[in-house]
Design a binder for this molecule. Structure first.
Ligand code: BYC
Length: 330
């Protein structure tokens, strides 16, 4: 088994599980990073594989709504920036699959889980990108929400995940700015362009708030993940931070948020917002969002069409290994 192939440091049979777990938790409480060969509770390992692989899948599925606009970008400059952004997302997927592999699950297995529909990816990528303004909204709101969630992940307790997130966040920050600049250009453009930006904001605002996950009262994993310092903030805390940062940015552009209950609360210093449609969120997670089927079909097609590349890479690696073995024997 792949897991057994890892050289996991063991503290010896004298330590019973409870003692091991207490020592593990003490390391977490001291803010020490957990590394691949360190002992860790099986549940910690499984939780990380689940979260990191869901994150990796989100990056690669996230390439689809934007990739669809590369040929239709309105200028060469926009096209170059969008191409770079979509390539960055592919790169993030690769770092994250590598981070997940350090926990003992092979990439093929993780990809199988995505392609069979067993593994989740972010709900947001099951919505369509209908106009150019959507590309701006994805950068401003989707990458903006991703940054809010991911900056604390740079301090997550598992070393390889934390280190991957540092570079990812730098790139996401550029993505957010390019999105905001697209929206700003439209918001300052003709009436038609401004209407396009407003219409896109109306469609993306609520799904962006759902990216942070279910409310804390319904979240299954938050308490344990906070104790293990995988998560540093709860879903609702991050959602509120995102709303507080984003609403003034939208108002600066003269755009209106599609929420009649959105108000600044002078006492708390936070924006209060209306009720999120959690039924819609659950439907999207259950595979019934506007684009779930289309996204999985696109990934399966890409995977099938990439078979020859994987086979060629494996054949090349086998040939190099054989050549090295021959050289060593000489
Ligand atoms: N979509 O107990 P909870 C990006 C699932 S950005 C789908 O709160 P947890 C990108 C959750 O997995 C997006 N599923 O869980 C941006 C769990 O299901 P399972 C990716 C969701 O883990 C721009 C169940 O609901 N970012 O990549 O404590 C361009 C209960 O939830 C969602 C990340 O993945 C959702 N929105 O917290 C390109 C960041 N929300 O597994 C790409 C890392 C919840 O028990 N992930 N679920 O069946 C996290 O920070 C956390 O996993 C979450 C959820 C905040 C998402």
């Amino acid at each position: 088994m792949y897991t057994q192939a890892l050289n996991i440091k063991d503290d010896g049979p004298a330590l019973v599980d409870a003692e091991r777990e207490a020592r593990f938790q003490a390391r977490i409480d001291r803010d020490e990073k957990i590394e691949p060969n360190d002992w860790m509770p099986e549940k910690y390992r499984r939780t990380l594989v689940r979260q990191i692989s869901q994150h990796a899948h989100s990056e690669v599925v996230g390439m689809l709504p934007e990739g669809n606009w590369i040929t239709r970008a309105p200028s060469l400059r926009r096209k170059a920036a969008l191409l770079a952004k979509v390539q960055d997302e592919g790169g993030h997927g690769l770092y994250l699959y590598s981070a997940a592999e350090t926990l003992g699950t092979a990439r093929e297995e993780l990809l199988d889980q995505l392609l069979s529909g067993k593994a989740k990816y972010s709900s947001i990528f099951n919505y369509p990108a209908l106009t150019w303004a959507d590309i701006g909204m994805i950068g401003w709101l989707v990458d903006g929400a991703a940054i809010m969630n991911q900056i604390p992940l740079c301090r997550t307790s598992y070393g390889p995940y934390a280190r991957a997130m540092i570079r990812i966040c730098k790139e996401e920050s550029f993505h957010q700015r390019q999105g905001y600049e697209i929206v700003m250009t439209l918001a300052r453009g003709t009436d038609g362009q401004k209407a396009m930006a407003q219409e896109a904001l109306n469609r993306w605002w609520w799904p962006a708030l759902m990216m942070f996950g279910p409310p804390d009262s319904e979240s299954q994993h938050t308490d344990q993940n906070m104790a293990w310092r995988i998560k540093r903030f709860t879903n609702d805390e991050l959602r509120q931070k995102f709303v507080d940062a984003t609403v003034p940015q939208g108002h600066f552009l003269g755009l209106a948020f599609p929420d009649p209950d959105l108000r600044f609360n002078e006492e708390t210093g936070h924006w209060t917002f209306g009720a999120i449609d959690w039924d819609e969120f659950r439907r999207v997670l259950a595979g019934e969002g506007p684009c779930n089927r289309e996204r999985l079909a696109a990934r399966r097609k890409a995977h099938d069409e990439g078979t020859w590349v994987r086979e060629a890479a494996l054949a090349h690696a086998a040939k190099r290994r054989a050549r090295r073995a021959l050289q060593a024997a000489e």
